[in-house]
Design a protein around this ligand. Sequence first.
Ligand SMILES: O=c1ccn([C@H]2C[C@H](O)[C@@H](CO)O2)c(=O)[nH]1
Ligand SMILES: [Zn+2]
Length: 140
Amino acid sequence: MAVPEFVHKLIEEAAAARKKAYVPYSHFGVGAALLDADGHIHHGCNIENAAYGPTNCAERTAVFRAVADGHAPRSFKAIAVIADTEDPVSPCGICRQVMSELCGPDMPVYLTNLKGDIQETTVAALLPGAFTSRDFKEAE
Ligand SMILES: O=c1ccn([C@H]2C[C@H](O)[C@@H](CO)O2)c(=O)[nH]1
Ligand SMILES: [Zn+2]
């Protein structure tokens, strides 16, 4: 699909991030590149663990490191995710939930693969009915 020029750069950065994946168990590297409000790009890769459960996906790594670097939650402009998949890579449920908390609902998400397929979606479209703080604050 045709996308704005900056998206190609974001996808290139996601591919570079993927090269840093630590994936001794799945051998399935994933890269993510998150664009912040200042125009800077934050890399994320998946980082696995012998205990499996502590594994962190590429999307979460990118979002967590940008927040840890002082960028305000929901200030981000776009994220690209890439893996060597047949179809554009599909973020897991945990990453969808994390993006729904830390990225704005309308933030574009570019799901891609090494073949150059691009699927544009949004944070809200990836997780309809997301659990949010409104769900429990109303109970107070
Ligand atoms: O969107 C995705 C899907 C999977 N993974 C990782 C988790 C694990 O390390 C490997 C196989 O599931 O891929 C990601 O980083 N992002
Ligand atoms: Zn995930």
